[in-house]
Design a binder for this molecule. Sequence first.
Ligand SMILES: Nc1ncnc2c1ncn2[C@@H]1O[C@H](COP(=O)(O)OP(=O)(O)OP(=O)(O)O)[C@@H](O)[C@H]1O
Length: 958
Amino acid sequence: MPRSATPRSSANAGASREVTPRSAKSGATQSVASQSKAAERSSPSSRHVTPCASPAGGSTPRRRPADSPRSSCNERRPASSGGATPGASSGGSTPRRKAPSFGGATPRPESKVELLWGSGSAREGSRTPARTRRTASSASLSSSTPSTKSKDATRSSTNSRANSASYKRPRSIPESLVCLRDVCGGEARRLATEFPDWEGFFNGLAGLMRDEVTTHLKSCGKCRAVSSFSRSNSRFQIQPFSEASLATVCQSCLQSLNASLLADLQKQKDTLLTDIADALGMSLRDLLCFEGVALQRQDERLSSLPIVASERTRILSQGHLREETQHMWIELQSVRQALKEWNSLAWPFEGRYIPHKYGSVVSSSDVQNQANRKCKLFAQEALLVLSDWEAKWPQFKFHEVFSLFGVPMLQLDPKTGIVDSLDLDDNYDDPVLDEVELSALQPMRVVTRVRPMLSHEEGDDVSAEILDEHTVSFETLHHGYVPARHTLQFDAALRCSQTELFRRSGVRALVHRACEGFTCSIFAYGQTGAGKTYSLFGPPESLSHLVDDELAEEAKQQLPIACHRLIDEARRAKSGKQGLLPRALQFLFRVLKDLDLESCEIHATFMEIYNETIFDLFEPSAARLDVYQRPGSEVGFHVPGLTQVQCSSAIELMQALQRGLSSRHSHGHSASRESSRAHAIFTVEIRLPGNTAGKLIFADLAGSERLKRISGADQKETGYINKSLLMLSNCVSALSANPPTSPPGAFRNSKLTKVLMEALCGTGFTILLAAISPAKRHFDETANTLNFAAKCGSIPRQVVNNEPEHQRELRQLQEMVKQLRSEISLLKEGKDGERAAEAEDFTCPGSVEICETVRRDEFQALQAELQREKIRNVRDDVLALLQPWEPKSVPWCPKAYRLNADLAVDAKGFYTPELAKAWLTGHQRHVKACSGSVCQVISDGQRAGKIIRQEMTQSTSG
Ligand SMILES: Nc1ncnc2c1ncn2[C@@H]1O[C@H](COP(=O)(O)OP(=O)(O)OP(=O)(O)O)[C@@H](O)[C@H]1O
């Protein structure tokens, strides 16, 4: 190696000679070093460019300033030659004296500083001085005599070192060494005070620099010779660090210092990012795939550390958000999976109905639509969470950084329209009500429902709104022209989904009461388009067809499990919009099952009053019917000849309802696309055991209309509708004004009022559903509806069960027992009176001696005790006999049996009608026997009293 090095050195010497004047006079070793390097590479072409090569020996800089080395070199040429004058040389070649104050020396042009600090790698930089020394010594060897060799070499070495140092001494730390500049420029100090958590770390950076500089000074003679650290103290006193002090060390040292600081900074950041990655459930590598995170990690400024630290704190503290969204993500994945499976086998179901449990069916497109809606809803919710996070992520756009916790948002289909909630809270397993809930149902209950604004009302002001669950606020005109706001209170004021309406309107309790033998009615009242039909029946498609479960099971076997849930949800979404009537019909069968009354008969009728003519909706082609007064003492009217459909299940009842609905008179006009042109009344009769019949009456009244405002409505129809509603309003006014003993004659004025008389004047339970629109354009109609509802609420009602004969007997027996009880207490009081009278006799003055008096007192006490004992016995006997009657039950009601009479349930605790009947008959006999015994005991007591009195009289006279 030395051998081959020599010729290269010679060659280099030649090359060096070409630049000697400049190099020597400027005292720079730069060109020498470059040439030496070029010689090492022994490339002829490189020789030509050597003088222009960068200080780092022409190696490609890692991060080079905008001006290229070549152009910098060209720029430098004249400056160098200029600088080669003695004056310039002397100015630049007195390193020992000038080095400490180099920072304050005549400033060089910026481009030259850039060139000088053109970032070579730390390795290359650190090699340069050694090469420089070697090259300089070779050069001197080749040009000097052996005697002067060592002297020259020493001088040359010293000169070159000094010249090199003076030439390379920086004025300041280059811009590119961001981290180092931050530490020396006081940024670290500022951050340490601002972020006390990181004070230790920022202070530690100075220690790191000290170690680095100490190591460097040991290996770098040049810096040892000229840097302010070595000059200030032989033991390398290297503090404090400042730009000025650091400017005295070589660039390679600075670069390596910067690299060390940066490595430490990144280490700290990596620790924080690892925490974030853990919190987000991903690896650090995956996290760094996000552009924002990668940029943040590469940021060389010290201030980036507190940013990452604060992000870590924020992300850890918002772990719950992540959980929420992750759950959504998992759900979304499962829906997508199911949908994929569904699509792969949807063809056999194309255009067909798929039966499913609970008896409802859905079509294949229902399933697909529902799954798509669900996916969109997930995406929407995820975007909401995303925007929430974005708001708290000021440095970067959130979706660039974390997307949805590692899931690119694009996968969530950002082009989602507004998707309504899926309304899947439907629960057809509604439990039957308990006594408390049942007793909350008033004989007349008024419920108001405000529907949402419809598309054609958009932009209109809101005139009616729900203030709380009982109060409605609405606009009206005071004295006909002064706008005013009123509030009215009702049993319930609702603005809710169909499911909620069913739960809160009281219809469930109504169904229960009907199963107990009461007549229960619900009628919907309001202006046209206010939502009466929607509330009672729901949209037509919601009345899903019902099929039996056998088919459902069959279909299920053909489908993968993942799709079962999709179908179920589609079904629920479809039937979730069902109105009160279909829900009540399904609930009715649940209640009957719960009360073991499944065997009772259910009959339905469906009629319509159209233009004062009654139509049978189950037989639309049948002859028109009329309404007649009920025979005997029964209140109200009835329509003989209506078709009665007997149903044994909810499915049959729903099918009958659908059939009837399809025959209704409806017509679109400007206020409602499907306006009912007639009053529809659906009745379900529940024939309970023991000849009791409960009734459920659902009336969907046609809406009041103002011809002036509505276009497209038939005038004749509107006239009939308005007239019948006016009659109804008159009846309600009459009922609410003076509690009548008999129904007012106004009920005879229209067929509607005749039919509804039972609901308004009868002895059952009634719910009025007042449907109103919130739009200001309907404010007067809204006020009318609410006033009508308020009047209905004040109708006095009496609740009487549709009582059968045997129940009446039982009640009479109970009354008899009550009477007997009171007789007993009277008897007791009477005996006390007798005793008092007897005591008076005994104190008859002067008729008895003292011994006699004592004997008599004893006798009297004994007799009194005997008397008390007898009376006590009688009372106990009576109470024991009456014991089974203690609960005030409604004996024919099976629920009451079960609650109050253990005798009516079998060994397994199930209620059986036979046992109940036997129990009832036995009990009646028992009560009769009891009453006989009571009379017997009482007469015994009376007889005993008589005997006692006689004995006492005799003894007194004796
Ligand atoms: N609660 C609601 N939510 C959503 N849409 C509703 C609601 N109530 C009513 N609508 C819509 O309003 C429109 C009119 O409703 P609906 O047919 O029930 O009115 P109506 O009072 O029965 O009118 P008419 O007396 O003329 O028959 C329908 O398109 C219905 O879908």
